[in-house]
Design a protein around this ligand. Structure first.
Ligand code: DGJ
Length: 730
């Protein structure tokens, strides 16, 4: 069984196909973390060593053992107040304002299936027998505080997930001041940490460095997971590479502010943790109330960082993404934004749609600018009524005309926002997040609606249903274009709850809409990739990766995004050159190859501006994409080289059974009379032969995976090559 409790040794062991995770309830009721690594059996208590620690704190009052210090021991759930002076997962204050608690084990239960979290996204199981859940109950007697540690084990996905629920079972209020969801304590190791950093239009660039003394954290205080830092972190051996060495990862299933921290302590032990941001967080619980800490997905690999990515891809693609679109091919789309911005009318949209249909595009997306008086970005958010004057027809008529061309029809919305210049704001100025007496900070000239309020969510639900019910709409792009600065809600006196309750409100609204429109494809977006996280992926199985569509920059953005998130989610479009953000020109072939690295492929340019000969090229691009999209979405990804460090950026996708593969390479450096660049492949069936489908040449897999494959010599900057391999018998 994936979860085992040994009542004699008090060991709790969690097992997946290739990993083992172990903790122990010690004689004093504390949970000691023992192991997370390669699959094994036995008692890993031997890893914890004891020596005289009496010169420091951390010895509970009832222990009387000078070698026992929670300030040194590896812990499963470190909390403030135990004498562990490292960074805790939980900090609480009692009704008097005093800090500290003492949580001890009282029991546990094991059940079949994955646990679920009320109101929050979480990894799920399809069949009860494919997963097991563990609930460990801890209790603080003084406060009557109960903590339920939740663990979900999906053995064949090789993931273990963690979340927890804090319940005030006492008689007085308590306040949660810090709440992290998962922790890994390493008793030793020369470890690196990888985080994914960026900004608007340059998201998720990998950053790696050695974990030194003290603590290092990244996070978001923006009320959103953010363009700046991703809620995904890898810790690995200093020597680990894509294909070798040990690596561990945490992926937060939450879209609000977060913190991911590593800390090397006085004994060179390393603590890794992830959870809610402390920023503007102070969550009171009255007797009987509870607070749920969002889930973290954990993975371990002893075969390098690449395997971590493939574990995350599979888990998110199959057990976070849900519903009708989870396993379906995503329609190739054309989006009006970079083609027209706000400057369109119904006829110009139809002109674009006609050309799109002729080229084989399957979905037409009308982006921002179709509602109320929205001809620029300073008005009308909140007024979700169709601007029929601008469209020259009703929404139903426009959708029908687009459907008649053979295209699906979709729209853009940004429901969480409101413009000051809107009827909704004029009617309900109190519905925004804003501090009384302080002028709110603007972002893109807009304010954030208070989605912690049920009445605000109800209004949005009604308005959005009003739109979705009036036309044949099969796709919705859900945008979110600023962060939360003034986190003040008029409906509570506990402002430290607002950022968390806001996120719960967003999830509630999305859940209601998805239930009502189960076949509509929702695509997430947040000024590009500002909420590119596993939480949103539970509701939106595709997400616009970045507002930067330049193929060169996209190599880095998509490379970084691929460490934690599946390619099936990755929205990637071919856009016009010179690129509107950085003025770069890249060949159309390369733009196509780079966009095909994502499983949500499309176009974002005025197709009618292209020279006629580009049309055949695009037709071929789309038909190539259809031939490879299952390998992109379902295959294993191998990052063969890096766009940040190497002369060629190459990646490979291989079907799990090794029968088909594609390898794409983009040249990023050109020198005179240079030698060919060689790309070494991975993941093919050893000993087999593979036919490259364009040339028909048959290559031995062992040679491709040893000396590699030469790219054409005398190539040009940004030249790109896509090779398709099929295993041949005999
Ligand atoms: C930001 C998005 O990332 C863009 O794709 C586009 O939808 C604009 N918002 C529209 O305002």
């Amino acid at each position: 069984m994936p979860i085992d409790f040994n009542s004699a040794t008090k060991l709790i062991t969690l097992t997946t196909d290739t990993t083992t995770y172990q903790m122990k309830v010690d004689p004093y009721g504390y949970l000691i973390h023992l192991y997370y690594g390669a699959r094994t059996s036995g008692d890993m208590s031997y890893l914890v060593t004891y020596a005289d620690r009496s010169g420091m704190c951390g010895c509970p009052y009832d222990v009387h053992d000078r070698t026992y210090s929670l300030d040194v021991l590896p812990q499963e759930f470190p909390f403030q107040g135990s004498g562990d002076m490292r960074s805790p997962l939980l900090v609480v204050r009692d009704a008097e304002g005093a800090f500290g608690c003492d949580l001890r084990y009282v029991g546990h239960t094991i059940s079949n299936g994955m646990f679920s979290l009320p109101g929050l996204p979480a990894v799920y199981s399809e069949e009860d027998d494919e997963a097991q859940s563990l609930s460990v109950q801890l209790r603080d007697e003084r406060l009557g505080l109960e903590v339920e540690l939740l663990y979900g084990v999906l053995p064949h996905f090789d993931v273990i997930t963690r979340a927890l629920i804090v319940t005030n079972a006492g008689n007085a209020s308590v306040t949660v001041e810090r709440l992290q969801s998962a922790c890994l304590d390493f008793v030793h190791g020369d470890l690196d940490v990888m985080t994914f950093n960026g900004r608007h239009a340059m998201e998720r660039r990998p950053d790696r460095h050695r974990i030194g003394h003290g603590s290092f954290s990244v996070g978001s205080r923006r009320g959103m997971s953010s363009n700046q830092y991703s809620p995904f972190m890898i810790v690995c051996d200093h020597a680990a590479t894509e294909f070798n060495g040990r690596a561990w990862a945490m992926n937060y299933v939450y879209s609000g502010g977060f913190e991911a921290e590593v800390e090397r302590d006085q004994y060179n032990q390393v603590r890794v943790q992830m959870g809610l941001s402390d920023d503007r967080f102070s969550y009171p619980l009255n007797p009987g109330e509870r607070l749920v800490a969002p889930e973290v997905i954990m993975a371990y690999s002893h075969e390098g960082i690449g395997r971590i990515s493939n574990i995350m891809h599979r888990c998110i693609r199959k057990r976070v993404c849900r519903g009708y679109w989870r396993d379906r091919r995503r329609p190739v789309l054309v989006n009006s934004w970079e083609a027209m911005h706000f400057n369109f009318n119904g006829d110009s949209l139809l002109d674009l749609a006609k050309t799109a249909a002729d080229l084989g595009i399957e979905l037409f997306v009308m982006d921002d600018g179709w509602f109320a008086e929205r001809d620029n970005d300073i008005c009308s958010l909140g007024d979700w009524r169709v601007n029929e004057k601008k469209l020259g027809r009703s929404l139903a008529e426009l959708a029908d005309q687009i459907n008649d061309l053979g295209l699906k029809f979709g729209i853009w919305v940004e429901p969480e926002m409101i413009s000051e210049d809107s009827d909704l704001y004029r009617a309900h100025p109190d519905w925004v997040l804003a501090l009384p007496g302080k002028a709110p900070t603007l972002g893109r000239d807009q304010l954030v609606l208070d989605l912690s309020r049920a009445d605000v969510r109800d209004n949005l639900f009604e308005q959005l249903c009003g739109i979705l019910d009036q036309a044949h709409i099969e796709y919705v792009k859900w945008d979110y274009n600023r962060c939360i600065t003034d986190a003040y809600s008029r409906t509570t006196t506990d402002q430290g709850k607002v950022l968390y309750d806001y996120m719960i409100g967003v999830y509630d609204l999305l859940e209601r809409l998805i239930k009502r429109y189960p076949k509509v494809l929702f695509e997430g977006c947040s000024a590009g990739g500002g909420r590119y996280d596993a939480g949103m992926m539970y509701y939106t199985p595709q997400i616009w990766t970045s507002d930067n569509t330049d193929a060169d920059n996209r190599l880095t953005i998509q490379y970084g995004s691929s460490f934690g998130f599946p390619l099936s989610v990755m929205g990637a479009h071919v856009s016009a050159c010179p690129n509107e953000i950085n003025n770069r020109t890249v060949p159309l072939t390369t733009r196509g190859h780079v966009a095909m690295a994502g499983g949500s492929f499309g176009y974002e340019l005025d197709l009618n501006e292209l020279p006629g000969r580009a049309f055949d090229h695009i037709r071929r691009q789309i038909s190539l994409y259809h031939e490879i999209e299952n390998i992109v979405c379902e295959g294993e990804l191998y990052r063969l080289s890096s766009p940040m460090d190497d002369d060629v950026c190459a990646w490979e996708n291989v079907l799990e059974d090794g029968s088909e593969a594609i390898m794409t390479a983009v040249v990023l450096k050109v020198e005179g009379y240079a030698q060919a660049n060689y790309v070494t492949l991975r993941g093919l069936t050893p000993g087999a032969n593979y036919r490259e489908l364009t040339t028909g040449v048959v290559y031995p897999a062992n040679a491709l995976m040893d000396m590699g494959m030469p790219l054409p010599v005398n190539t040009e900057m940004y030249a790109s090559y896509l090779y398709r391999f099929e295993r041949v018998e005999g």
